[in-house]
Design a protein around this ligand. Structure first.
Ligand code: ATP
Length: 621
């Protein structure tokens, strides 16, 4: 098992934290002037995405603790001066003409963790605090597309601006994760991006940072309101309500004191409350597709000003269930065309067919695959046990009793090193049906294991309550359908049990990815029987790729089984980690993506990890 970089980060964060409560004070007020306070016309809402291509628009952003002089290129007017003017109530639309008042008190999303001494420390100082990122040095990376910007090694190298850098430090992110190292420079260069990276590897920040930073640089004054319609500049779509809420919470932390306003809209919650929130202003709207369509049809949101579109869990968003809604949102609702807006698609899995479909929404995009895509991380110990349908409950009970007898469940996971984690080890149990979830939860509770459940038949209030109760450890077992399979970042999930295995190996990848996140370790147990035969082969291959022990009986089933588990994978089971354009060009004997680009060292198929030269097949081919 690899040393966990995230555990190291947690430790180092604890080390650098200054315990003296007296040292807590609010950081100095931002000197950033939000888009609507800057001079400039809103007339050109249909113009190309700007402010992202070419060189930095920030000066003095050194990643250190000093206040940068935030001066927009080509303008004599410094942001700092304008900010003071705005704060003094002079000029700007926030108190005059229909904009919103950004001076309203912003709740500190970091709460008591907002220790100024941590924040002041710059990234390079933090890097000296013994964090070991070696485990990620040899991670395979595949990039294809034209003029790919090189990756960075530190946040200080990225030109995000000092306020955003401060928030990154507040999040205790010491160093960018591999997907962040590669994706952020690409996104900051204004490129469309299809990015694949393993579960729990920091994709949320990888698309949030460039969007927030881009909006902070927007040269246009934003048309905040026309009547009751709002015009977000950034739109982030995700498949589930809970995930949208989570992205919203994260984005609020990243955008704290930047003046960039993030609002969430999702179904199942009272729309009036969300409308009121929208009326107070929105730069970035995080939404589920259904609720967004509702808002668009009510003309309460217009997508006309959208500069940045991100789809999280993009393969899910573009599969048969969601695709018509996404197509409607992107193609029929006044959103600027591809090439005009910047589009970023992120997921841990990206089947080839979905990649092909996704290219309808992208313009000359860069394909980025970090890690063994569509694969699980080897930080998750995977076990598969043969369990007859009729024995599943008693088998689960045995597992839970064994965990309990271990004293603290943390022992299940070998290198858990954060003391809190040792007290709190949560178990997430996936089942196939909503009824099955309720019934199993009831049975577990009856047998002395406090549990709760999350699925589509529960009200949103019940779902949120269940999640809170699980996170807090009050009910340390959550029985869930696939509604909890994607994206949710729940700390201390030590064990994922696939009580019922899914039909699709990608769903398995996402489910087990609820543990072993951000470099931490985790355990995943699957109950397999004759009803899962179609999954035998992809499961065996996945486990093998992740250096897991594959039981002999599973290998036997795999050798007999037809290739199943994912309609979109190519045979051989190499998990969709390659750019489909490249595969197709190779199929046609074209060398389109290897070295055909002019004048850029990073064009074509690029390997930043030292493994493959341009044009040479990658680890996934
Ligand atoms: N640079 C970083 N340093 C330390 N922790 C980080 C960093 N970036 C992100 N994290 C943390 O890693 C965890 C996982 O991040 P995130 O939820 O974005 O993963 P993901 O790749 O989107 O996962 P999934 O595929 O399951 O959606 C989060 O708790 C996040 O705060």
């Amino acid at each position: 098992m690899r040393t966990s970089w995230a555990d190291s980060v947690s430790n180092s964060a604890a080390e650098i934290a200054i315990s003296d409560k007296n040292s807590l004070r609010r950081p100095t007020r931002s000197t950033y002037v939000p888009p609507h306070l800057r001079s400039g016309s809103i007339s050109d809402l249909s113009g190309p995405v700007s402010g992202t291509n070419g060189g930095s628009r920030w000066t003095g952003s050194d990643g250190g603790g000093t206040k940068p002089e935030l001066r927009r290129q080509g303008q004599g007017n410094s942001y700092a001066t304008a900010g003071r003017d705005a704060a003094a109530g002079g000029g700007g639309r926030n108190n005059r003409s229909g904009g919103w008042d950004r001076r309203e008190r912003e709740v500190n999303p970091f709460g008591n963790d907002d220790k100024i001494d941590d924040i002041k420390q710059n990234f390079s100082e933090q890097e000296n605090s013994g964090i070991n990122f070696d485990a990620y040095e040899d991670i395979p990376v595949e990039v294809s597309g034209e003029n790919v910007p090189p990756p960075v090694n530190t946040f200080a190298e990225i030109d995000l601006g000092e306020i955003l850098n401060q928030n990154i430090r507040r999040c205790k992110y010491v160093k960018p994760t591999p997907i962040q190292r590669h994706a952020i420079p690409i996104a900051l260069a204004g490129k469309d991006l299809m990015a694949c990276a393993q579960t729990g590897s920091g994709k949320t920040a990888a698309f949030c940072f460039p969007i927030i930073s881009g909006i902070m640089r927007e040269p246009y004054a934003q048309r905040s309101h026309v009547g009751r319609t709002v015009y977000p500049l950034g739109l982030i779509l995700s498949p589930t309500r809970e995930l949208s809420c989570q992205i919203h919470d994260e984005a609020k932390k990243f955008s704290y004191q930047t003046g960039v306003k993030v609002v969430v809209a999702y179904g199942g919650a009272p729309i009036n409350q969300q409308l009121r929130e929208l009326e107070r202003g929105v730069d970035i709207l995080v939404a589920t597709p259904g609720r967004l369509v509702d808002l668009l049809e009510r003309a309460r949101v217009s997508l006309q000003a959208v500069r940045y579109l991100a789809l999280d869990e993009a393969d899910r968003m573009l599969d048969m269930g969601f695709e018509p809604q996404i197509r409607k949102i992107v193609e029929q609702m006044n959103m600027p065309n591809r090439g005009v807006r910047q589009t970023m698609l992120f997921s841990a899995t990206f089947p080839r067919e979905i990649q092909r479909l996704a290219s309808d929404f992208l313009s000359n995009h860069i394909f980025l695959a970090v890690g063994r895509v569509g694969s699980s991380t080897d930080l998750i110990v995977q076990r598969v046990e043969y369990v007859l349908e009729s024995d599943k409950r008693s088998h689960l009970m045995d597992l839970l009793h064994a965990q309990r007898e271990n004293g603290n469940h943390g022992k299940v996971i070998r290198d858990y090193s954060v003391s809190l984690t040792l007290q709190l080890a949560l178990t997430l149990v996936f089942v196939e049906t909503k009824k099955g979830a309720d019934s199993l939860e009831h049975w577990l509770c009856m047998n002395g294991f406090p549990s709760t459940t999350i699925h589509g038949d529960r009200t949103q209030q019940e779902r949120e309550l269940a999640l809170r109760s699980f996170k807090s450890g009050k009910t340390p077992i959550l029985v869930a359908t696939d509604v909890a399979a994607r994206g949710l970042d729940i700390p201390h999930v030590a064990h994922v049990v696939n009580f019922d295995l899914p039909n699709d190996i990608d769903d398995y990848v996402h489910r087990i990815g609820r543990t072993g996140r951000a470099g931490k370790t985790g355990l995943a147990t699957a109950f397999f029987n004759e009803s899962n035969l179609s999954l035998a082969r992809p499961l065996a291959e996945l486990m093998q790729e992740a250096s897991q022990e594959v039981p002999a009986w599973l290998t036997h089933y795999a050798s007999r089984a037809p290739y199943g588990g994912n309609k979109n994978r190519r045979s051989g089971g190499r998990f969709g980690g390659s750019d489909f354009r490249r595969e197709e060009s190779i199929g046609k004997n074209l060398d389109y993506y290897s070295g055909g680009n002019s004048g850029n060292a990073y064009g074509g198929l690029v390997d930043f990890s030292g493994g493959y030269a341009p044009g040479v097949t990658s680890a996934w081919d």
